[in-house]
Structure formats: structure tokens, C-alpha cells
Design a protein around this ligand. Structure first.
Ligand SMILES: C[S@@+](CC[C@H](N)C(=O)[O-])C[C@H]1O[C@@H](n2cnc3c(N)ncnc32)[C@H](O)[C@@H]1O
Length: 237
């Protein structure tokens, strides 16, 4: 491993351990997201119907794999740019009969392939794109959905009266004061990540761009009790 790779690996390991701690304590409400996703998929497909499901920026796939193992005929594709994340994902998705893991930037994956899917899901990664990149993202999604296919996102959003700065302050306070079972060092890692990378948008702006791309109006499937995260869904027409 050269010096740069070793630095990247260390950075990944530090952030990844902090992220694992978030999941372990359910601080970003992954269990509620899983319940909402499971309910929607059950209503849509039952447990026997064949459908394809792409998980963009899948990470370790733990949340989606936990849900999808209930659906015996799902064809799962997990996409992530990190090989370390995909190593974990390969363990967590082993119960899914038809599964593929792809190491790629998710925008490149959407732009370069032609296969279409019944469900495209993204969890806690699209809020890094910022408003100006959503048009491109949603156009790519529309091109890769089957007719009637669903685009589901579990993301942080701004509250209707909240600026980005206010959002980051609110989230940082939640992390510092309420995520108290996590070590101070991990909390600090997450606060720094939020300050550097988070660019959530208003659901109203997301909705405008999603409909401009030709998808249906966004429906909110769940909101976390702290109003940080929502699961939203739009369909291909
Ligand atoms: C916060 S985790 C989210 C994991 C999972 N989706 C979840 O909901 O818990 C972010 C993941 O996105 C991946 N990621 C970030 N940007 C990416 C990109 N442009 N293309 C592919 N993967 C990306 C990271 O490697 C990491 O595994």
C-alpha cells in the first residue's frame, strides 16, 4: 500500500467505524427506514414477485439487505465506490439469492449502463450532491427506471424554514448532545464530515427537480422523529 492509499484507508476506516457506531445505536433511524421500505415493497410486490432493486452508495448494505432477504425473487445490485464497503456488503447480502456488487461511482454507474430497474434506492448519500447536481442525477435515474419503476431516497432534508447553516448547526447539536452513547472522537468525526460534505435541500426543491425530470410528485413514506431524515418516493411515468 503506498502512502496515499494508506492515508485514504485510514480516513475510510475512521469514518467507517463512526458510521458503524451510528447504525449500531440507530442514531439515523435506519430501523425505521427499513420498516418503511419493507412495508412499501410488500404492498408493491408481495414476497414472491420478481423485481430488480439497485442500491446506490450501498455502503455495507446492512439496512437494505436486512429488508430484501424477505423477498425471495429480488434481483439486487449494490453500487459503491469503496472496495472496503463492498467487502462488508458481500457478507451482508449473502442471504439474497440473486445479488451483484459493483465498485463504481454511482453517477458513472447510472450514466454508463443501459439495463433498467424496478426500484432504484439511495440511502444517505444524495444529500452530498447539492441542488445544482440534482437535475443530472434525476435525469439519469429516469433513464434507468422501468416504466412505473420507483425511485426511493432515504436522505436528510432541510426543514421548510431552515437554511443550510442552521441545518448543520442543528445536526451538530443533535450529534454532540444526544448521540451520547458514541465516543467523543466518533462524534467529532461525524460533526466534521457534516461541516465538510452535507448539502441537503428542501423537499419542495427536490420535488420540483424530480418532476422536471419527468418523474411523479414525491410522496413522503416516513419522517424521522427528530425531523432529520425522510424517505421519499417518486415513480417513472
Ligand atoms: C453514509 S454511507 C451510506 C450507506 C448506506 N446507503 C446507508 O444508508 O446506510 C455512504 C456510502 O456512500 C458511498 N459513496 C459516497 N459517494 C459515492 C459515490 N459518488 N459513488 C458511489 N458510492 C459513494 C461511500 O463509499 C459509503 O459507503
Amino acid at each position: 500500500m503506498n502512502a496515499e492509499n494508506s492515508q485514504n484507508f485510514e480516513l475510510f476506516t475512521k469514518s467507517w467505524k463512526a458510521y458503524q457506531a451510528i447504525i449500531e445505536h440507530d442514531y439515523l433511524w435506519h430501523s425505521m427506514a427499513a420498516t418503511a421500505l419493507n412495508q412499501w415493497l410488500s404492498e408493491q410486490f408481495g414476497t414472491d414477485i420478481l423485481f430488480s432493486f439497485v442500491d446506490l452508495a450501498c455502503g455495507d448494505s446492512s439496512t437494505t439487505a436486512g429488508v430484501l432477504q424477505n423477498f425471495r425473487n429480488v434481483n439486487y445490485t449494490g453500487v459503491d465506490s469503496s472496495s472496503q464497503a463492498l467487502n462488508e456488503a458481500s457478507r451482508n447480502t449473502s442471504q439474497i439469492t440473486h445479488q451483484t456488487l459493483v465498485e463504481s461511482d454511482y453517477l458513472d454507474f447510472l450514466a454508463t449502463g443501459e439495463e433498467k430497474y424496478d426500484v432504484i434506492y439511495i440511502g444517505l448519500a444524495a444529500h452530498h450532491l447539492g441542488l445544482e447536481n440534482l437535475d443530472q442525477f434525476f435525469n439519469l435515474i429516469r433513464n434507468r427506471l422501468n416504466p412505473g419503476g420507483a425511485f426511493i431516497a432515504y436522505e436528510t432534508f432541510l426543514l421548510p424554514d431552515e437554511t443550510l447553516d442552521e441545518h448543520k448547526k442543528r445536526l451538530s447539536l443533535i450529534i454532540r448532545y444526544f448521540w451520547s452513547a458514541m465516543s467523543l472522537a466518533y462524534r467529532q468525526t461525524v460533526v466534521e464530515h457534516v461541516a465538510m460534505n452535507d448539502r441537503p435541500v428542501l423537499i419542495a426543491d427536490w420535488n420540483e427537480k424530480v418532476t422536471n425530470a419527468g418523474l411523479t410528485l414525491t410522496q413522503v413514506l416516513m419522517k424521522s422523529p427528530d425531523r432529520l431524515c425522510s424517505m421519499v418516493i417518486s415513480a417513472s411515468k
